[in-house]
Ligand binder design. Structure first.
Ligand code: DGL
Length: 266
């Protein structure tokens, strides 16, 4: 079991930031990543639709013999985690709890802002996870739907991205939050821009690092960590594998293997 791969999935390329963090934190593990590019974005879809898509992807990863599934997608974690845990036999880790914990560890004034998709914001998943641990915390939420196409299209460094980010971040700055959760896998791609606008006094909680740390802890606690050797990365995508491979190579390096096309339920 220890030698089995870890499955990671997201609606698209955003979760590659989490894959990169997992690969760095767990260099001995074999990682299988599924980017559901045929169905991106998940962020504006209903809970029922997100749950159905997440179950399809997770069942595919389970059929590959993974020992653990990491739901890199915040929207799927927020809306489908309990359904995944009910319906799969393999353990499932989501991104919300580690993100909430990391934000509480970072905040000094207990004012936390969550940037996320419409679906994540509406689920109030981060608010619940934060209030479970610290009922006094003030949690402000801001949906930033335009960040996803900006990241997907490689617009992170363009002036248009800055204009949009300033608009979304204005109420966040007014909220007085000293800690901001990047509650969507795509947002770490815009991290430098967001950090520049918010300034040095605001902590940015990146779900990539926090989820990688949680996966490390889980594997240790359940005696599931790979015994050694060099871990590998295998990429699957449900559409446009060439475009996906190009994005993956930009983020993970040119040595990244080509993505394999895997259509689900067609
Ligand atoms: N991956 C999604 C998330 O982390 C964002 C992109 C989408 O809307 O599908 O919430």
């Amino acid at each position: 079991m220890k030698k089995q791969p870890i499955g990671v999935f997201d609606s698209g390329i955003g979760g590659l930031t989490i894959l990169r963090a997992l690969h760095r934190a767990l260099p001995h593990e074999n990682l299988l990543y599924f980017g559901d590019t045929a169905n991106v974005p998940y962020g504006g879809k209903s809970k029922a639709a997100v749950t159905r898509l997440a179950l399809d992807v997770a069942r595919f990863l389970e059929s590959c013999g993974v020992k653990l599934i990491v739901v890199a997608c915040n929207t799927a974690s927020a809306q489908a985690l309990s359904a995944l845990r009910r319906q799969l036999t393999v353990p499932v880790l989501g991104v919300i709890e580690p993100g909430a914990q990391a934000a509480l560890a970072a905040t000094r004034n207990r004012k936390i802002a969550v940037l996320g998709t419409q679906g994540t914001v509406e689920s109030k998943a981060y608010i619940k996870a934060i209030h479970k641990r610290c009922p006094q915390a003030h949690v402000f939420q801001q949906a930033c739907p335009l960040f996803v196409p900006l990241a997907e299209e490689g617009f992170a460094d363009k002036p248009a991205a800055e204009l949009i980010a300033r608009e979304y971040l204005q109420p966040v700055q007014q909220s007085g939050a000293d800690t901001v959760i990047l509650g969507c896998t795509h947002y770490p791609i815009l991290k430098n821009l967001l950090a520049r606008i918010l300034g040095p006094r605001v902590n940015l909680v990146d779900s990539a690092d926090t989820l990688a740390a949680a996966a490390c802890q889980f594997l240790q606690a359940h005696h599931l960590a790979a015994p050694g050797g060099k871990g590998s990365v295998k990429l699957y995508t449900s559409d446009a594998p060439e475009k996906f491979t190009a994005s993956a190579r930009k983020l993970l390096g040119q040595q990244t293997p080509r993505a394999t096309l895997k259509k689900l339920n067609v």
